[in-house]
Design a protein around this ligand. Structure first.
Ligand code: HEC
Ligand code: HEC
Length: 233
């Protein structure tokens, strides 16, 4: 029996070391810290608690595993979305909701609970985190008049004629409203238009396989137009 002792103790030490290391690299839900070229690292215990709170408050609209439901609520676990959505954007959207849409404010849940939901959501990420790069992209410089024409040709069937979202009967969210526009960078909007969101009705609008192959300038025209919409409503 004696010769078993050393390896067992050795294993214990290794286990403690590993647990210790994990503690250092987690707790990243609010800082947005990421592992190298991987999806964000989230605190598992926090994510577990978040799932419970999610199931009590959000699942009714956003569905099991937050996959969303067309015309009811968007997916929160879509991979392209999670690779570009900043923690602040998630936090503020959850706390403040989106006025004039079906997304209610949840500030009453408190900071800790909201952070745990964010850990749960971000725990579904599979693509490398691109949040900082996308956020740093240049602002759109385009022609709002042309953008409006593109919007009405290509986007309004789903997002509504003024970007009103579900209220107009489509399946796209309210991208013409302040609740969305005031919280996202042009890079976030641009990347979403170019790449779409897989397994949702939001397709890619750039490249030969796209529904409409919009040029970078045309996409910037649309973003420039979208930025003018809230003041018109
Ligand atoms: C066939 C329907 C459809 C078309 C056409 C469409 N979208 Fe979307 N779009 C969606 C859906 C659906 C979502 C949300 C994905 C989900 O439900 O999970 C979305 C999401 C978005 C988002 C992210 C919004 C958010 O709430 O985070 C942006 C930005 C966007 N679309 C821009 C556009 C633009 C610009 C166009 C036109 C070039 C366009 N979309 C065309 C269906 C569409
Ligand atoms: C009554 C239905 C409903 C409930 C409950 C609800 N949401 Fe939403 N949520 C929505 C709708 C509708 C939207 C899209 C609004 C729009 O058109 O812009 C949305 C949008 C969002 C977005 C933005 C997603 C994107 O693609 O940009 C986040 C994040 C979000 N909800 C998180 C939550 C969380 C977390 C909870 C629970 C604490 C929750 N929601 C509860 C209906 C709901």
């Amino acid at each position: 029996m004696k010769h078993h002792k050393v390896p067992l103790i050795g294993l214990l030490v290794i286990a403690i070391l590993i647990t210790g290391c994990n503690k250092d690299s987690t707790n990243s839900t609010t800082s947005g810290k990421t592992s190298v070229k991987g999806p964000p690292v989230v605190d598992q215990a926090l994510a577990f608690k978040g799932e419970e709170i999610y199931n009590q408050n959000c699942v009714f609209c956003h569905q099991e595993d937050a996959i969303g439901k067309p015309g009811i609520a968007p997916s929160l676990t879509n991979k392209e979305f999670l690779s570009i959505a900043p923690v602040d954007f998630l936090y503020d959207t959850i706390a403040e909701g989106r006025p004039g849409t079906g997304m209610p404010p949840f500030s009453h849940l408190g900071k800790d609970n909201i952070e745990s939901i964010i850990a749960f959501i971000r725990g579904h990420a599979v693509l490398p985190d691109r949040i900082k790069e996308v956020d740093k992209q240049a602002d759109a410089h385009g022609d709002a008049r042309l953008g409006e024409q593109w919007f009405h040709q290509v986007c309004s069937t789903c997002h509504g004629p003024d970007g009103n979202g579900y209220a107009a009967g489509g399946t796209g969210t309210a991208i013409g409203k302040k609740g969305f526009l005031s919280k996202v960078s042009d890079g976030f909007i641009r990347t979403t238009i170019k790449e779409g969101r897989s397994n949702t009705r939001m397709l890619a609008f750039s490249g030969p396989a796209a529904l409409a192959d919009l040029s970078d300038q045309e996409i910037d025209d649309i973003i420039t137009y979208l930025r003018t919409v809230p003041s018109k409503n």
